[in-house]
Ligand binder design. Structure first.
Ligand code: KG4
Ligand code: ZN
Length: 343
């Protein structure tokens, strides 16, 4: 195992997180989720930047303490630089550059979505290349084919809303607050997924693209027609949640396994915030048991935005690309970058 000790920082959206990685082992992973946005029904960028500024030093100190390491022992720093909210990314990257300069160690810029992608390999050394990765988060729903480290080919993408966005927007219509994904997950546990038939857009199209905005519109019309005064009883709410969740998950799983079949790839990674969904996790296990396929899911604390996945990817970058690539502090943040082209 390498003796590198990396401090990783993640601040792309509404989680401030810091982690210490030794080799490829996570020594600490401290996550502070901003609660201020709940009252607004979505993330307010300016408030997010301010909250990151307030939290970052404390979170970094805590991660170092939990890892029982001194700053002088660090060999590099990893930080999320894209994509995300510009101001939020700047807080993390400025902090990382300052600390890197002070300690005289390299700072490794990391792509947030690649961080999610490789989090499937974290604590799963048996997950080897090639693999198919599906990233399902608040901003992305993308299937990648990854043949080698750093060789990520986009097979398909959402044409409109991301899966997490669908959970959040539909949850908002149901009065579940923000973010609604975990609330829908919890309510759906005792609901009937077959109670209502919501659309599964693009499910049988011969591509790996997704579309969730039609589902959102269909739920809106369904609620206006059948529950103009709101949903009064809990069991109906549970049934609606279970049916919406099933509509999202069925398309995700269908396309994912088709990609694995077409490209003859046996290892599958599913990561990003929505990979915390309990029904998605159990459906993936059920589906993989019937096939000669291995599904790798990050543990829950690596599903939501976290710095451990950023540090782990930095460790892989150093392993595969070497340290010399990261001597410059000339990188900048890029709020909107996402490689969505098909190769
Ligand atoms: O990866 P993430 O933490 O942030 C982004 O990079 O977007 O993903 C956040 C998304 C939110 O839309 C949230 O509602 C969704 O992940 N999410 C879930 C669950 N936990 C988080 N969606 C469904 N079920 C869950 N248990
Ligand atoms: Zn994320």
């Amino acid at each position: 195992m390498s003796n590198r000790i990396i401090l990783a920082i993640e601040s792309s959206c509404d989680e401030t997180s810091a982690s210490v990685i030794h080799g490829e082992e996570v020594l600490s992973n401290v996550i502070s989720s901003q609660t201020i946005h709940e009252q607004y029904g979505g993330v307010i960028p300016e408030l997010a930047s301010r909250a990151h500024l307030q939290a970052i030093s404390v979170i970094v100190e805590k991660a170092m303490k939990e890892a029982d390491r001194e700053f002088s022992e660090l060999t590099s720093i990893a930080v999320t630089t894209q994509p995300g909210l510009a101001g939020a990314l700047l807080v993390g990257s400025s902090f990382a550059k300052g600390l890197g300069l002070k300690l005289g160690i390299p700072v490794i810029p990391v792509h947030h979505i690649e961080g999610h992608m490789y989090s499937g390999m974290l604590e799963h050394p048996e997950c080897t290349f090639p693999f198919i990765a599906m990233i399902v988060s608040g901003g992305h729903t993308t299937i990648f084919l990854v043949r080698e480290f750093g060789e990520e080919i986009v097979l398909g993408n959402t044409k409109d809303d991301a899966a997490g966005e669908a959970f959040d927007k539909i949850g908002k219509m149901l009065g579940l607050g923000y973010p609604a994904g975990p609330r829908i997950d919890a309510l759906a546990k005792n609901g009937n997924p077959k109670a209502y038939d919501f659309p599964r857009a693009l499910m049988y199209d011969a591509n790996y693209d997704f579309s969730f905005s039609g589902l959102k519109t269909s739920v809106r019309y369904f609620l206006q027609k059948n529950f103009p005064d709101g949903i009064k009883d809990e069991s109906t709410l549970r049934d609606i949640c279970a049916s919406v969740q099933e509509a999202i998950i069925e398309v995700l799983i269908h396309k994912l396994f088709r990609a694995s079949k077409e490209y003859r790839i046996k290892n599958i990674i599913v990561a990003g915030g929505v990979s915390a969904n309990s029904r998605l996790r159990s459906a993936l296990h059920e589906a993989s048991e019937k096939r000669p396929i291995n599904v790798f899911l990050p543990k829950l604390s690596y599903c939501i935005d976290n710095a451990a996945m950023i540090g782990f990817l930095a460790a892989l970058k150093l392993k595969y690309l070497g340290e010399d690539s990261y001597r410059s502090l000339q990188f900048t943040v890029n709020p909107r970058s996402m490689r969505t082209e098909r190769t």
